[in-house]
Design a protein around this ligand. Sequence first.
Ligand code: UGA
Length: 443
Amino acid sequence: MHVDPSRHSNKLAVIGTGYVGIASAIGFAEFGNYVVGYDILSDRIRQLQRGLTPYHEAGLAESLAQHLHSGRISFTDDLSAAVEGAAFILIAVGTPTTESGSADLSAVEHVISSLAKLDLGNAIVVVRSTVPPGTCDLLADRFDGNVEVIYSPEFLREGSAVSDFLNPDRVVIGGRSDSAMQRFADLLAPLMRPTLTMSATNAELSKCMSNAFLAMKISFANQVANLCDEMDGDALQVLNAVGGDRRIGRQFLHPGIGFGGPCFEKDVKSMIHLSRTLGVDCDLLDATLGLNDRQPGRISLILEAELGRPVRGMSLGVWGLTFKGGTDDVRDSLAIRVIEDLAAHGAEIVGYDPAFKDPDHTLPCRLAHSALEAADSDALLVLTDWPQFRSIDMRTVGHKIRSGLVIDGRNVLDGDSVVAAGLRYRGIGRRRSSDAAELAEAG
Ligand code: UGA
């Protein structure tokens, strides 16, 4: 079956083919719309036309192929063709952080300027990118009242983007026009989720503060873990008990080397920048970021304490380079920050990652082809929470690790299995509980 999207009333244009753009395109196609994806990057458009996704996510290529085949999704690098006849134009371009901590809105600005030159009919422009409060009202003014601009943030995570798109806890829509917000709410009605409408500024704040709160939860968990490390506590047990209170909740209380990726740090910085600009105290946000900046340093502290010597000259194996499991994204990955820090202090590092395989990488480490190859080291560091690391037989890799030390920076391994394989295990916030020597003494 092939459908001409320009002749369909539910045509959507999605501007930007990053994580948010592609997941949204697939999501809207899933419930019956016709979506044209546009990007300024012509090479990427050609790849997408052939069904090649620009990033790794389980199931994504299959969904894309299915919708390319049905004709519900197509791609173009011609903006006017993308928006022609569209009922909604979704903007999903990147908004990285600048030196000062404010958001770099140049890509959004560029899209708006280009759109302002085109005849958009009665299309509604929907901003999906994360933008600082106040942005969408300013963008709306660029159309001199001829086009409605609303803000509806995405809450999807990399690695589970399409299923998050299809299963949001709530839909947030902000704008000046009730009828435009209602039209977009109708488009999202198949999701059958609570829809919260508000001003664009409140919707923008909702997105940034959701990420800031999640980041704060992680820093809180890491604070608890660091305390447990000094007092024979087990942070996983403590946080399981704390999060068991439904008012608190267990999600995002998993301690480790901190939060990475392109969103949390950027959004917390953007809220700090906004608060400072307005003269509002932001101690909680500062502390969230400060703790996260220091957290990767736990790895070298544990390493030196356990092996009783500086890292200079050590040969270290690393499992996991991406900012979290399930993605090949290394942007703001704390695993990379740990590697850079250890390499700067004279360690030699061999890294293995199930998804990141870039032969042109500039990381200060050699890439191994397997987890076994990376384990051939003085000590093994686990820095990304890839679930498949749990099923590696530590008896098979253990004899490669000369000191027998495994530092689990994401608390992803089963400490008892590591210890049962005759190795020494250190998690974050689980300093003593799984220590082989102490277990033996206690037994
Ligand atoms: C995050 C939010 O979770 C999404 O809701 C939001 O839409 C997205 O940012 C965005 O603004 O676009 P994402 O950055 O893809 O999604 O990844 P998360 O799963 O939130 O993880 C972020 C980081 O926190 C990772 O490094 C992860 O390992 C770390 N993390 C997460 C922890 O250290 N502990 C936890 O308990 C949870």
